[in-house]
Design a protein. Structure first.
Length: 183
């Protein structure tokens, strides 16, 4: 990547953010309770990127703050309603919930269960760190036609998005985030 092509932030507010880079969309779920209005805008940003790529061509790496709160019923309804709108554009999906300890493992297990129950036709996986998610998505997204020199291109891009989320206060710095999930 050589830092010449930076990710684009296509939506952000105090609770979440959506970044895009080539065929990858990166929703960022922050520490605060995500309001339904933010979820609607996030879904709209995902759909817009998917439409720009075509059916089955988009990869996703979702970054979930270690201190993320469970969404309220109205927000869950928006997110659930967005699934059939956005799903046709996906070729692969990954989620990153960083942290160590029981709480982090439990959350990753719940996320993996949701992915299994969704019965999608595209591969999905949950990770504890950005690097593993980026390495996993690389062969999937390049098979769908995205050009990347290496998995490191994706790793660098996702780390840039994470750094932006920290600077904007959506994510805690890495040391603080680890401390909040090592229960």
């Amino acid at each position: 990547m050589g830092k010449t092509e930076l990710p684009r932030i296509v939506y952000d507010d105090a609770f979440c953010m959506v970044a895009t880079w080539r065929s990858i969309v990166m929703p960022v779920m922050g520490a605060g309770k995500l309001p339904a209005s933010s979820a609607k805008r996030q879904v709209a940003a995902l759909e817009a990127h998917g439409k720009s790529l075509g059916l089955g061509k988009m990869g996703e790496i979702t970054l979930i703050a270690a201190s993320a709160a469970l969404p309220e019923a109205d927000t869950r309804a928006v997110l659930d309603g967005g699934v059939p709108i956005v799903s046709p554009y996906y070729g692969c999906v990954s989620a990153v919930f960083e942290g160590t300890g029981f709480k982090a493992a439990l959350v990753r297990g719940i996320l993996a269960s949701f992915q299994l129950m969704s019965r999608t036709k595209f591969p999905q996986k949950v990770f504890s760190n950005v690097d593993d998610a980026a390495k996993w998505i690389y062969p999937h997204i390049t098979a769908l036609g995205m050009v990347a020199n290496s998995a490191q291109d994706i790793i660098d891009t996702v780390h840039t998005v994470r750094e932006i989320a920290v600077k904007r206060g959506i994510f805690l710095p890495p040391a603080e985030a680890s401390a909040s999930t090592s229960a």
